[in-house]
Design a protein around this ligand. Structure first.
Ligand SMILES: [Zn+2]
Ligand SMILES: [Zn+2]
Length: 247
């Protein structure tokens, strides 16, 4: 590993501009990359940021660097500097970043990692994770994409699946789910669960009927799936064998 000073000296010796990015710890405990030139550092210090020069300097000039802003920190053993909240919020506990085995900063000397850099690459280890609780991943209930926190999951669902969420409120997804549950070959739920589910469905259907009567059907799909659910339930009620299945 090259120290911060060595990187600067070597860059100067080669007549190159020394890298300008390094790391700071913000007052909230998060570690962030930012410009570390003297003037900038002074400004950040005034805001309460603590420079972490021991983790080196790099150039932010590539898309790769922007996508992997903490790579040099991790290469130089700084994973331990992150607070638990940063590890949690950024999902670093789910997908620890892979570190190139070249262990080099991205600078004018080593502009980008080449395939050889990735031979024997290892995942970053966060010792903090061992004692962290309430970790996910929390999969999206619509598409399954894993999110690091419940908050992030809910936000994703609210933005990406806005329409489906609204369909749930109208009962469509629930009705479709019931149809799927009643398919042949799917084990029947216990009588208790079944009864509770039927009661809930009937409540939702009543709500739907009221809504439809009030302002007309929201979509033909909703009406069709409710009709299918009603038909499937009637068929199931007629068959005591499936309803009385144990467990
Ligand atoms: Zn490399
Ligand atoms: Zn999703």
């Amino acid at each position: 590993m090259m120290t911060d000073q060595e990187t600067v000296q070597r860059s100067a010796a080669l007549g190159k501009i020394s890298p300008t990015y390094g790391y700071y710890r913000q007052p909230n405990g998060w570690v962030k990359p930012a410009v570390v030139t003297e003037l900038e550092e002074l400004g950040y210090r005034r805001e309460g940021w603590m420079p972490l020069p021991q983790y080196g300097r790099f150039d932010m000039g590539t898309g790769y660097a922007a996508d992997h802003p903490l790579e040099l920190l991790f290469i130089n053993g700084g994973a331990k500097e992150l607070c638990e909240e940063q590890i949690r919020q950024q999902g670093l506990y789910m997908n620890p970043p892979l570190l190139p085995s070249c262990r080099q900063a991205l600078t004018q000397i080593h502009r980008r990692h080449i395939p050889a850099c990735w031979v024997g690459a290892q995942k970053t280890v966060f010792p903090q994770v061992a004692t962290m609780t309430g970790l996910g991943p929390f999969p999206c209930r619509f598409c399954g994409v894993a999110k690091p926190t419940v908050q992030a999951r809910n936000q994703h669902e609210g933005v990406v699946h806005k329409e489906e969420k609204s369909d749930i409120r109208t009962g469509e997804t629930l009705a479709d789910g019931l149809i799927r549950g009643l398919r042949p070959g799917v084990p029947a739920p216990s009588a208790d669960v079944n009864a509770a589910l039927l009661k809930r469905i009937e409540e939702l259907e009543a709500q739907m009927a009221a809504k439809v009567a009030q302002k007309g059907p929201t979509s033909p799909k909703v009406v069709a799936s409710l009709a299918r659910a009603r038909a499937a339930r009637a068929a199931k009620k007629a068959s005591p064998v499936t309803l009385s299945a144990p467990q």
